[in-house]
Design a binder for this molecule. Structure first.
Ligand SMILES: [Zn+2]
Length: 555
């Protein structure tokens, strides 16, 4: 595991990708693209109709036999997609439940607590053992940071199966973040059990998505969480810092967090109550139908709150050590982006079903990082070089991380096993955002048409990106920079060209159906393609070539 600081996730990638693409990009009115394309399609369809009619008439005169219609590339509307701006309903089934009693202790930089976890065997196999992920232990390895960041193995104690009593655990010999728990009594398919455990995790002193830096605690992927059981085995892909390997089930969380009294806390959930205690304050949160729970806490946070499209949005930054002396423009741009992201994405993918979103501007290694209902944005984008061009880098990064609320949060996937489904689809949401907002950010980010990009439906042009293909493979099967460039840029181009060949409204309908069908579950590339082909049919040659050239999943 090697840390590649600076080319992690979202926006830094975007900046580099943009420069790499610069020779191919033009700017212009994006609306022309959509309207122009539709006009061409309409004309083409009409021509096809005329030809078909002419052929039919001619044939009728000579044989009197009906002629089958010529195949066209018109979408066959294999389903009625949900309407634009449709409501995304929470599931009615019983879901996993975590009851967490947590304490953040800044005196020794630990987060600890007790977890009572109710869950069931959601597979068709009997579970003799459980696999948990304990990502916080990975920071005990300081070799990748080159300095003492004060990480440590997480202490896990008092593991108890409500059915049989105390259990023990073992760390995987090849990966300290993989915890194996042998069950004394197997868990049958559909059977529920309650597992309780205590844990104490060290918070490393590092400016990253998990860690404390300049008084801000980013507490993410910090507690032992059940891994996914898929296709007869527990999924436990290696963690990698330049991407993700997080993969979990939609759950309900009831959480209390004790912090010092002067701390501001934001979380994946919504605050229910607060109570002063002898050595601090205890906040209570509910987070329903999320696939992880994270929080950020600090006594140096400035917090500003506004309503954007009916969602309570909190924007936070370090008031004692801000990246620039005047944060007002960045904060204003962040709220503006939240408002427009909700407008654009609600319409395109279905309405954000939660009540809150927290945007934490903090120094992290990536451009940004997404968690359920909470995103962390690199506060470097608030100052210096990145403030040029009206903070558009900040804007695109915030839009990208909000896009993840649909493609990671609502529809989950195996982010390490099929990273394109997570990052390419979310990178495409940047284009949805830019197209919605229009103006200079659209001019600077949207190609006018696929003519400005390599045509990925053309095998010879696609071959220029051959190192990135197939896109639908695990992170560790990409070599070098091919992962970052492939899943963030080439995958975005592929989806953009799917959008072009189906039409933007039609492609959004496909994505709405995908969200509707797989909301609050984990989807796969096969699931995505199934929806796509159900809608588009199998006779769209451009689409078929795009899929064949870029992906390996067959349908
Ligand atoms: Zn992303």
């Amino acid at each position: 595991m090697k840390k590649v600081k600076g080319i992690v996730a979202c926006l830094l990638v975007l900046s580099l990708a943009s420069s790499l693409m610069a020779c191919n990009q033009k700017t212009g009115d994006v609306n022309v693209r959509s309207k122009g394309k539709k006009t061409e399609e309409t004309e083409e369809t009409e021509k096809t109709k005329e030809t078909t009619e002419a052929t039919t008439t001619e044939t009728s005169e000579t044989t009197a036999e009906p002629t089958p219609p010529e195949p066209t590339s018109t979408p066959n509307l294999g389903f009625n997609a949900p309407e634009e701006g449709c409501k995304i309903e929470f599931p009615t089934r019983d879901v996993y439940h975590y009851n967490m009693t947590l304490k953040l202790d800044p005196t020794d930089n630990t987060v600890s607590g007790n977890i009572v976890f109710d869950f069931y065997n959601d597979s068709e196999d009997t579970w003799e053992k459980l696999c948990m992920r304990d990502y916080s232990s990975l920071f005990e390895d300081e070799s990748m940071y080159g300095k003492d960041i004060k990480g440590a193995l997480t202490v896990i104690e008092n593991i108890d199966d409500s059915r049989t009593g105390e259990l023990s655990y073992e760390r995987d010999s090849s990966d300290v973040s993989v915890i194996w728990i042998d069950l004394d009594e197997a868990l049958e398919p559909g059977e529920w059990m309650t597992l309780s455990y205590d844990f104490t995790a060290a918070v490393p002193e590092i400016d990253d998505r998990y860690g404390v830096w300049n008084g801000i605690y980013n507490i993410t992927n910090f507690y032992p969480i059940l891994a996914e059981y898929v296709d007869g085995d527990w999924s436990h892909l290696a963690f990698y810092d330049e991407g993700e390997c997080f993969y979990s089930e939609i759950s309900k969380y009831d959480v209390t967090i004790q912090v010092p009294e002067d701390y501001i806390v934001v979380t994946s959930g919504e605050e229910v109550s607060s109570e002063s205690v002898a050595d601090g304050i205890v906040y209570e949160y509910e987070a329903d139908y999320v696939r992880d729970f994270v929080f950020c806490a600090s006594n140096v946070f400035e917090i500003e709150s506004r309503e954007c499209e009916g969602i309570n949005v909190n924007v936070l930054y370090n008031k004692e050590n801000p990246p620039t002396s005047d944060m007002s423009k960045s904060v204003e741009k962040t709220f503006y982006t939240c408002d427009n992201s909700f407008k654009a994405f609600n319409e395109a993918f279905g309405t954000y079903p939660y009540g809150e979103l927290d945007v934490v501007l903090a120094p992290i290694a990536a451009g940004g990082m997404e968690y359920p209902n909470l995103i962390i944005i690199n506060d470097a984008y608030c100052s210096g070089f990145y403030t040029q061009n009206d903070y558009e880098v900040l804007e695109t990064c915030v839009a990208h991380e909000i896009g993840h609320q649909w493609f990671m949060g609502i529809v989950g996937s195996n982010s390490g096993g099929e990273p394109w489904l997570d990052e390419s689809v979310t990178s495409y949401t940047e284009l949805v955002y830019c197209e919605y907002v229009g103006g200079s950010i659209a001019d600077n980010n949207l190609p006018i048409s696929s003519k400005d990009l390599l045509d990925l439906s053309d095998p010879e042009q696609a071959a220029q990106y051959s190192v990135c293909f197939p896109l639908d493979r695990p992170h560790d099967e990409f070599e070098g920079y091919a992962y970052v460039y492939g899943v963030y840029q080439v995958g975005k181009d592929m989806l953009y060209q799917m959008d072009e060949c189906l039409g933007t409204d039609e492609f959004h309908a496909v994505l709405r159906e995908y969200v509707h069908r797989y909301a609050f579950t984990n989807a796969t590339t096969h699931d995505f393609l199934e929806v796509l082909y159900e809608y588009a049919g199998y006779d769209n040659e451009t689409l078929n070539n795009l899929v064949a050239n870029c992906l390996q999943t067959e349908i």
